[in-house]
Write a protein that binds this ligand. Structure first.
Ligand code: ATP
Ligand code: MG
Length: 304
């Protein structure tokens, strides 16, 4: 990167931060439940979940992260204990525990909560094979949690972000049934579009059977390297095929994003002025404002 472009980047980051602080985040009309999914591994699902959640919570919104991956990476990145003793999404889905008894407040914000995952969660795929309501257990548990909060006089949740594992098994299906929308983080790589086609077909199938309102509402380009021709070509293609869903904000590759989890923190809190943190704040704002606008459009069309 040339000297002038580093200064350009710093200037751009500073003005983005100012905008985010000044504008804040609008509260959605209803709790938005977003499944963050991509069956491809290592594309930035967990980084996107924890940093978008962190940015929204920092903006004063009430956010619950559901760590639905037995790797427990979202729990780690949010500084939440997740050894075998810890009650997790396993107890919720398999043993019928209440989310209210399992959710843990993070140390970063009073409004940022996490349902942790432990290694036990790997067994959910097997335990639920012949279980009743096996696809809807997460949905029922989260609906119960929203009612519990209301009855307990707790503030309404604004966002529930579900960090899915890199597969399309029963856990991801549970997330799709529980969610109102799907956010797909993707890397601008050669095979990315094929993976995207498979994923959108799976979402459509779940929508047909279990959840008619489910849509892929957002696609986020992660670990983006704007210097490569391939990244630019893949981006152009994604925007052509999914013009409405593809978010404007791209998350650049940034060492700070990768380092933050080892400090048990999202980069948004660990190094808030780093380029990766600023990009995630901007992405969170785009997600929040776009949701509100989508709701307004919906209202307009029902009135017409
Ligand atoms: P999995 O499929 O295993 O759950 P994932 O899709 O959740 O992976 P992450 O864990 O978020 O992906 O990211 C994969 C790796 O890339 C991690 O080591 C993470 O720290 C790193 N990473 C994520 N985003 C960035 C970024 N913007 N810049 C640099 N490294 C990143
Ligand atoms: Mg992950």
């Amino acid at each position: 990167m040339s000297g002038s472009s580093i200064f350009d980047q710093l200037r751009a980051d500073r003005s983005t931060l100012k905008e985010v602080v000044e504008d804040g985040f609008p509260r959605p009309e209803h709790t938005r439940v977003i499944a963050v999914a991509n069956q491809k591994g290592g594309v930035g699902k967990t980084s996107t979940v924890v940093n978008v959640a962190a940015a929204l919570a920092e903006g004063g919104l009430h956010v619950l992260v559901v760590d639905a991956d037995s790797q427990g990476n979202a729990s780690t990145a949010l500084g939440v204990e997740h050894d075998e003793e810890q009650a997790s999404i396993y107890e919720v889905l398999v043993e019928g525990a209440r989310v209210a008894d399992v959710a843990v407040q993070t140390r970063f914000a009073e409004t940022l909560w996490c349902v942790p995952s432990t290694i036990d969660v790997a067994a959910v795929e097997i335990e639920l094979i012949n279980a009743s309501q096996r696809e809807s257990r997460m949905r029922l548990a989260l609906e119960e949690y929203l009612r519990d909060r209301e009855e307990g006089g707790l503030p309404r949740l604004d966002y529930i972000l579900i960090d899915c594992p890199p597969s399309l098994g029963i856990m991801t299906i549970n997330a799709f049934v529980a969610a109102g929308e799907v956010l797909i983080p993707m890397q601008a790589e050669y095979y990315a579009l094929e993976g995207l086609a498979l994923l959108t077909r799976s979402v459509d199938r779940i929508a047909q059977i279990h959840n008619p309102d489910l849509t892929v509402s957002m696609i986020a380009l992660t670990m983006f390297d704007k210097r490569t021709t391939l990244a630019k070509e893949v981006e152009a293609e994604v925007r052509t095929y999914f013009p409405a869903a593809t978010l404007t904000t791209r998350i650049p590759r940034s060492v700070r994003v990768a380092e933050a989890p080892s400090f048990g923190s999202p980069v948004v809190f660990w190094d808030p002025r780093s380029t990766g943190a600023v990009a995630y704040k901007k992405l969170a704002r785009e997600i929040a404002t776009r949701g509100t606008r989508a709701a307004e459009r919906h209202d307009d069309s029902t009135e017409a």
